[in-house]
Design a protein around this ligand. Structure first.
Ligand SMILES: Cc1cc2nc3c(=O)[nH]c(=O)nc-3n(C[C@H](O)[C@H](O)[C@H](O)COP(=O)(O)OP(=O)(O)OC[C@H]3O[C@@H](n4cnc5c(N)ncnc54)[C@H](O)[C@@H]3O)c2cc1C
Length: 467
């Protein structure tokens, strides 16, 4: 009756994993994606290019080696956009190949074009000169993602005044940059350009940044970024930006003026639902282009699912993939678990941050007692070997049942290390597991044992006084 059992709109992490999961369950699956966008925002303009750029910056500037070889150490003196773009384009190309091949191997039919709803079971795919093409499916999974939000008052020109997509099209490394918005994307790019030697000013309307992270970790990051000449302007709002032949002038509501080669807006993201003619399927979205869903990622029409950034928080590639897989399983009547409540957050600033579980502030606000166990990289042999003297790992431990309430890491490999804590937490383990475990030596993972010993020693001191 329908052309396909499952039709997926968008090939980002959510759409990709949904399509593959449905194909593995022997469904006839089609995936609609716009030209040159295989892999979505994740592969083409977001996660992968930004993380590759970061790696290129760290390597070429030699920043992570300077504790060893001196502050003037760098691999290349005059780093160009070409140097950075070469690595990014290489990785994007490889990743697109991997995704294409996975879709082909799993017999997912790729339909190139821009989709929109014709009726609740039919998508019209606009294929440019190829005209419009209708495809129907029993189940539809919308994974159309987001685009950078552009405040109407700002005159973006993709050269001087840009959004995060524009970073990848810069033709030179700017000497100065204003980053508007100290969210994750703003701070990641602020770190990279500061490492390249750009004079960065971050303007943030709120009084602090990354407020969902551990305060001590954020303070450490601010210290490091200031060391790279970053200026922070908190409690400040950019009223307007003037474009001039030799740069831009950001005018703050407080009356300050900041001159810069480039102004980058990182003002959140807008869901792509506004282009989907949702009304033809009896659906609506909010003013930020997001589609509401239930716990199984079903929209108001039970045969239409939505996953990934288009449903809003947490809007990560990592969570979008899992949502896609779970939605496909639900759509195909396959038993599926819920998304695990404990998921890690990674921020690829320089240095990087990662955490899982709750923060000290959250626990204190909820009057949940906790003990802190701390390990500093400079006290680990591996920290000395790699020249990371600033990194740290903090465990928040319940003195009541000795479970881990949170793990917060700052420094080299934070985004990898966090998974050890996540696993212990997910399996209901206690701090005693980490005390008793033997870790490879010398490693950064050893920081778990050091922090666990620190926490248990403190808990023992309290217990002794009570005895
Ligand atoms: C600069 C940046 C850095 C990031 N870093 C990280 C990170 O380090 N870690 C992390 O986990 N997440 C990161 N993210 C977030 C991550 O990229 C997103 O969460 C993820 O890409 C969302 O996946 P998605 O499946 O919702 O779809 P997206 O990746 O947004 O892709 C959606 C796809 O749908 C297609 N589409 C839209 N409308 C239509 C239509 N009408 N017809 C056909 N196709 C359509 C688009 O072309 C696009 O390819 C970052 C994002 C940005 C912008």
């Amino acid at each position: 009756m329908y052309d396909f059992d499952v039709l997926v709109l968008g090939s980002g992490p959510g759409g990709q994993k949904a399509a593959i999961a449905a194909a593995k369950l022997d469904r006839r699956v089609a995936l609609v994606e716009r030209r040159h966008m295989i892999g979505g925002v994740c592969i083409n303009t977001g996660t992968i290019p930004s993380k590759t750029l970061r790696e290129a910056v760290l390597y070429l500037t030699g920043l992570s080696q300077r504790e060893m070889y001196g502050q003037s150490y760098r691999l290349k003196d005059d780093i160009t956009v070409g140097d950075l773009a070469a690595r990014t384009q290489h990785v994007i190309g490889r990743e697109v190949d991997v995704i294409r091949s996975q879709l082909v191997r799993n017999r997912v039919q790729l339909i190139t074009g821009t989709g929109r709803f014709h009726d609740p079971h039919t998508i019209v795919v606009a294929q440019g000169e190829g005209g419009d093409h209708k495809v129907s499916a029993e189940k539809i999974i919308v994974a159309a993602g987001t685009r950078p939000a552009r405040p109407g008052s700002v005159d973006f020109d993709d050269r001087t005044i840009i959004d995060s997509d524009g970073i990848l099209r810069l033709d030179h490394v700017p000497r100065s940059m204003v980053v508007v918005g100290a969210g994750v994307i703003g701070i990641e790019y602020a770190s990279m350009f500061a490492a390249l030697g750009t004079k960065v000013t971050v303007v943030e309307r709120r009084e602090r940044m990354l407020e969902f992270c551990d305060l001590e970790v954020v303070e450490a990051l601010k210290y490091h970024l200031r060391d790279l000449q970053v200026t922070f302007r908190f409690n400040e709002t950019v009223a307007s930006v003037e474009r001039h032949p030799r740069g831009a002038l950001a005018l703050l509501e407080s009356g300050k003026q900041i001159a810069a080669d480039t102004v980058m807006y990182s003002a959140g993201r807008q869901g792509m639902a506004d282009h989907l003619e949702l009304e033809n399927a009896g659906l609506t979205c909010d003013d930020r282009g997001r589609i509401p869903v239930d716990e199984n990622f079903r929209t108001a029409a039970p045969h239409i699912y939505a996953v990934g950034d288009i449903i809003g928080f947490p809007a990560l590639a990592s969570t979008s993939m899992e949502q896609g897989r779970l939605a496909a399983h639900h759509a195909c009547g396959e038993p599926a678990h819920e998304v695990q409540a404990i998921h890690p957050i990674g921020i690829y600033s320089i240095p990087e941050i990662s955490f899982v579980g709750r923060t000290e502030d959250e626990l204190t606000a909820d009057r949940v007692p906790f003990e802190v166990g701390l390990a500093r990289y400079r006290e680990l042999a591996r920290g000395q070997i790699i020249g990371d003297s600033y990194g740290m790992l903090k465990l928040l431990v319940s003195p009541t049942d000795r479970t881990l309430l949170g793990v917060h890491i700052f420094g080299t490999n934070a985004t990898e290390l966090v998974h050890i804590g996540q696993t212990v937490m997910g399996c209901g383990g206690t701090v005693d597991y980490l005390v008793d475990a033997v870790f490879n030596y010398p490693t950064l993972a050893e920081s778990y044992k050091v922090a666990a010993l620190d926490a248990t020693n403190k808990m023992r001191s309290v217990a002794r006084l009570r005895d």
